[in-house]
Design a protein around this ligand. Structure first.
Ligand SMILES: Nc1ncnc2c1ncn2[C@@H]1O[C@H](COP(=O)(O)OP(=O)(O)O)[C@@H](O)[C@H]1O
Ligand SMILES: [Mg+2]
Length: 249
């Protein structure tokens, strides 16, 4: 469970360009929830994810993960709980390295579930098996440099790597924004599948209303650093796509 209490993040405090990016926000997210966050540009969505991951520390307020107060922990101290996928497909993996070597790196960096680190065939077979579950045929390309893959393929692999370690929280900040519609769909359905399979608590920031409608168990709308709407699973089922369009229009 993630418990965020009265959190504030102010940039450039006291200067002419002061911004209250997150402004007294309260939010409780239960285990295995899939929360979709929407809101106009500059409403504080990315700042909120940065506060949860520890990339930014709050100006005030507290963040608690599974009963541990993580408010003052740096991002690397939270990485055992949290995995992140960014908008840019390039930021998740190393281009020059092969798919296999990227998995090896991921396995070394974290304790990856069901992977024993090594250069042996067993490791290779395990990676192939995992990749095959994406259904993209990439298991036959594991010696190919990551840089030769499409953005969608890279995002799907980044997702797979990040959820295979012991993390329980998956943060997705517009993971499909840089992708064509078909790749975007593959990445979103992969995210959905993996979050169910690994019983993750997932937070997705998206500008895509269709995704906001199709995925997740809860939708939150942010404006000016605060939550202005919050629909839980049951209510979401009753929302019609048109309601959403009106809502966000
Ligand atoms: N590092 C920063 N320094 C100064 N202002 C920032 C910084 N990061 C974000 N902001 C400002 O905070 C507000 C919220 O930004 P952000 O969280 O990126 O919004 P969103 O992701 O919803 O588009 C914006 O006004 C943005 O310009
Ligand atoms: Mg953003």
């Amino acid at each position: 469970m993630i418990t965020i209490t009265n959190i504030h993040k102010t940039f450039n405090r006291g200067k002419a360009n002061q911004v209250n990016a997150v402004n007294g926000l309260d939010l409780v997210i239960n285990d295995e929830e899939f929360v979709v966050i929407v809101g106009s540009n500059g409403s504080g969505k990315t700042t909120l994810l940065n506060l949860i991951s520890g990339s930014l520390l709050p100006s005030s307020g507290t963040i608690d993960i599974n009963g541990d107060d993580v408010t003052k922990l740096a991002d690397y101290q939270r990485s055992k709980w949290i995995a992140r996928v960014f908008q840019n497909p390039m930021s998740g993996t190393a281009s020059e390295l092969s798919i296999l070597d990227n998995f090896r790196l991921a396995a070394i960096r974290t304790k990856v579930k069901g992977l024993t680190i090594g250069i042996n065939d067993a490791f290779k077979q395990q990676v192939k098996q995992k990749i095959a579950t994406l259904g993209m045929g990439l298991e036959n390309k594991i010696d190919q440099p990551m840089g030769t893959l499409s953005g969608g393929q890279r995002q799907a692999l980044t997702l797979l790597m990040s959820v295979m370690d012991e993390c329980k929280i998956l943060l997705l900040d517009e993971p499909t924004a840089a992708l064509d519609p078909r790749s975007a769909e593959v990445v979103m359905s992969t995210a959905d599948k993996l979050s169910k399979e690994f019983k993750l608590t997932t937070i997705l920031v998206t500008h895509n209303l269709k995704d906001a409608y199709n995925y997740g168990t809860r939708i939150i709308q942010m404006a000016e650093g605060a939550i202005i709407k919050d629909f839980a699973a049951k209510q979401k089922e009753h929302l019609k796509q048109n309601d959403l369009f009106e809502w966000f229009g």
